[in-house]
Design a protein around this ligand. Structure first.
Ligand code: C2O
Length: 590
């Protein structure tokens, strides 16, 4: 049934900005997908589309996918319990087999972003571990708006040097950007899930949409910075960060308006003088909202995710996939980071450079952005994160490993657990203070009327109108000591994005007795255009996503402990979604 809704939506929905498979955009180096790939891809799609909603084994592809469904493909839905019961040993995400690199794809267009050394002899087990140098001085990362003239000219000449390297040099600007493309657009399948190129039940290696996001990007920008340092002959070379969590830092840093840090494919509003808007989603394209409003709402967004994440690391960092799973659940920092990609990227279709993960790292602001994501993670780790659990006890996360080409011209292997101490990695941030601790969040006025009702048992479409759900809280009027032991979470489950594109919906919470507005901002679901399409491969169920937003503090702020239910309002911003359910959990803190 969901697929019937989907097909009619695909036929009628107005197209949000996207790098759609029909687009005529084709970077110079892209080439058309070979026919066999095309046929295979179509076959996978058609089969899942015709197999209906109930997985009755009618389709040969569903049979083919059983291994996936049992081992890891079916993260969401009914197989979830099975996976956990069977999980006896850790199965961390492993590095890919370099020689099995495919061009990344966006559905129709192929992006050849395999590294130049992809087809060498190295098998994953032959790749040596990276030896972290013993750093005597720390590379000090500073805000982009604070660079001295000398530091700015160093930065420019480092990037110029990288840009002047030949296209097949692993250190070149293009190859460095391709690393990001390769690990988010399906260039590699996971070892053990990589039988034949393009086989339907292969599982791509994906560094977004899970707790892998933060450590992979930490390593990525670490090597980027170290390589620039080598090119400059300066071991202390550090990249700046764009501190958009600070009211003065929210302005687009002017250094990126200048060659060679400028990228002409940004939205026109992504220029000095304008402030990044974390409430943005294409409808404010090139018409920035009033600065004060933007700053107020941005600060609120930071406060929300840090405070709610303080009680439960998974909410902030994301859920950990195990080998055989393409993704899990994105943490709130990753989702916030997606908004910045949307805001900087061009707002008309097709989205590319910052607006599309295939090309995002071709824009130098990508690194200013990710230096700040890295810093926000460090702020969280040092000032907000509670002290036990997750990071110390989850081998699937700690032992997950990746491959990079290092600052000594070697292919090396690194692990998540070696990325947790930034001092060991030889860098520090100029400033880790926060500006949002005591801000007040504005309430959200009603944008369009919508009835409040229970979700019901069928899949619902979130498109033009908000959906307002009366969601029952497992317990209410609890004792203070019981409240302290739990974390309250609103779950939006089984989200299927109808287009492969940049999307967004927002979530607000209020008590049932309030009928004047939508209530308080709890968070957003945000996706950035990227390669292979969610919901369009063989195991469609596995492509469904979940959103989990902490509301423990929010419930306290609303004085809502006595409320038996809350009203959860989903406000569509860009894109069309199918949603299987919305509910509230109260989980014990581990
Ligand atoms: Cu891999 Cu900002 O994305």
């Amino acid at each position: 049934m969901a697929s019937a809704i989907m097909s009619s939506l695909l036929a009628t929905a107005s197209s949000p900005p996207s790098l759609s498979s029909k687009t005529s955009y084709s970077p110079q180096n892209a080439r058309r997908r070979p026919t066999t790939f095309h046929r295979q891809w179509k076959l996978c799609n058609l089969s899942i589309r015709s197999s209906g909603d109930n997985s009755t084994d009618e389709s040969p592809l569903i049979k083919l996918d059983r291994r996936n469904m049992l081992i890891g493909g079916g993260l969401y839905g009914t197989t979830l319990g099975l996976i956990h019961d069977q999980k006896a040993v850790a199965k961390p995400i492993a590095p890919p087999n370099l020689s099995k690199c495919n061009s990344s794809s966006d559905g129709d267009v192929l992006y050849p972003c395999c590294p130049p050394y992809a087809f060498g002899v190295l098998k994953p087990e032959e790749i040596p571990d990276y030896q972290i140098p013993s750093f005597t001085t720390l590379r000090k990362r500073k805000p982009a708006r604070d660079l001295s003239d000398g530091e700015l000219s160093n930065l420019k000449s480092a990037i110029s040097k990288m840009k002047s390297l030949g296209g097949t040099d692993p250190w070149s600007f293009v190859q460095q950007a391709n690393i990001h493309c390769a690990f988010c657009n399906g260039a590699y399948n996971q070892v053990g899930f990589d039988k034949v190129p393009f086989e339907c039940n292969n599982v791509p290696l994906q560094v977004h949409n899970s707790s892998i996001f933060l450590p992979w990007h930490r390593w990525y920008i670490y090597f980027y910075e170290r390589i620039l340092g080598k090119l400059m002959g300066d071991e202390s070379f550090a990249l700046p960060y764009w501190d958009y969590d600070h009211p003065d830092g929210m302005e687009f840093p002017k250094i990126y308006d200048e060659t060679p840090l400028l990228d002409k494919t940004r939205a026109e509003h992504a220029r000095a003088g304008n402030y990044v808007d974390l409430h943005y989603s294409f409808e404010y394209c090139n018409t920035p909202r009033p600065k004060d409003k933007v700053i107020e709402e941005n600060l609120c967004y930071f406060r929300r995710i840090f405070n709610e994440g303080a009680k439960d690391r998974t909410l902030f960092i994301g859920k950990t996939p195990e080998a055989g799973q393409e993704s899990a659940v994105a943490g709130s920092l990753e989702i916030l980071h997606n908004v910045v990609h949307q805001w900087v990227g061009k707002c008309e279709s097709p989205n590319f450079d910052m607006g599309n993960f295939i090309t995002a790292a071709r824009d130098p602001i990508f690194f200013g952005h990710h230096m700040n994501v890295d810093r926000l993670w460090e702020i969280y780790r040092t000032q907000f994160m509670s002290t036990t659990g997750f990071e110390t006890d989850n081998p699937d996360w700690l032992d997950a490993s990746f491959i990079f080409y290092d600052e000594n011209n070697k292919v090396v292997k690194v692990q998540v657990k070696d990325a947790l101490d930034i001092t060991k990695l030889g860098y520090s941030f100029a400033d880790l203070s926060v500006e949002w601790k005591n801000v007040l969040c504005p309430r959200q006025p009603k944008t369009k009327e919508a009835p409040v009702a229970e979700f019901g048992s069928t899949t619902r479409v979130l498109a033009e109108y908000p959906i307002r759900i009366l969601a029952k809280r497992p317990k209410s009027s609890r004792r203070e000591s019981d409240i302290e032991k739990t974390v309250e979470v609103v779950v939006v489950d089984g989200i299927e994005v109808v287009h492969t594109s940049s999307t967004r919906f927002d979530v607000y919470i209020s008590t049932p007795d309030n009928s004047t507005d939508f209530g308080d901002f709890a968070g957003s679901f945000v996706t950035v255009a990227h390669g292979h399409e969610h919901g369009k491969t063989a195991d469609s169920k596995a492509k469904k996503q979940s959103l989990k937003l902490g509301i423990t503090n929010l419930v306290a702020e609303l004085n809502a402990e006595t409320a038996e239910s809350l009203v959860v309002t989903l406000v569509p911003r860009t894109g069309v979604f199918l949603i299987d359910g919305v509910y509230i959990e109260q989980n014990n803190i581990k």
